[in-house]
Design a protein around this ligand. Sequence first.
Ligand SMILES: [Zn+2]
Length: 375
Amino acid sequence: MAEPAFELLGISDRARRGRLNVAHGIINTPAFMPVGTAATVKAMLPESVRATGAEIILANTYHLMLRPGSDRVADFGGLHQFMNWPGPILTDSGGFQVMSLSDLRKLHEDGVEFRSHIDGSKHLLTPERSVEIQHQLDSDITMAFDECAPYPSPIDDVVKSMRLTTRWARRSKQAFVERPGYRLFGIVQGGVHDDLRRESAAQLIEIGFDGYAIGGLAVGEEQDVMFGVLDTMHDLLPPDRPRYLMGVGRPQDIIGAVLRGVDMFDCVLPTRGGRTGLVFTRWGEINMRNARHAGEKSPIDPACSCPACRSYSRGYLHHLLKAKEILAAMLLTWHNLHYYQELMGNLRAAIEANEISGRAVALLKDLEGSGDPPS
Ligand SMILES: [Zn+2]
């Protein structure tokens, strides 16, 4: 018998400790997926990404279909070989980025016509084409093609876009070629409206997916609004399938979502922050460009075992940023990803020990700091 796609290993309150099996490996959940937009996690070697503890990365269908093209990636044996990342890969459907990045979009029942933001060339992305591209990329987890109304939107628009997403999800499922270890996730939409989320979830569950993503959050709503939707989703989604909260987020958001039963996350914050000087620590966020770090001889976090903290002072990292040196992005990205993976490891251990509530309170309290270890 094939390995079960998802095993629930333990529960602490509503938080879930699981293991997701896919073609290229195992993902321990709750998991954070570093974003590798254009077949690279910016400023990091793949083996360095792995060394931070990451078991899966995310790549972007929209970017890769435009450059270098999915035929080219397929010709190189798929994304794992092309980018030298042998582990699991999840690809998004391209839906979100077509709407946020491309020019001259035309949305209709069949799909989205758009012009590339790179060279103005014309493309059509449909559910069938999105699934086919993700197949060519050899993605372990394919996302169904979805459409997300901007936030806030009139409720009629949210209804329309949610129902279109459901019809596209059905077409995505039909287009998906089943192979052992390859998974297809549906995306629940419905904005911040409980009844729409309910309708969306029920219809996607009826179609049947290997996992369920919660889309349309982290688009500018308040944290308590997002948590409210997650509270609703908790009772709607089947307990034996992984739950993925797309595009989230800050450490505080991740902790709150894990408490509400979410298993998977992705976000550009740790990698983008690594390039701009936004540094994440157990004691809160630091702007490493701030002049207060210029003469600082201690590391970002003396207790962190990443290369940036083992061998470099805050003063040196501040200097690298000011001088626009490439090493700044390399070291700070490594630290941020290391921190995010350590956070996920702490959350997994807390669920295993059935102590998630108490430990989450302690983690959140520490995060209220100024980024400096308590003196
Ligand atoms: Zn560090």
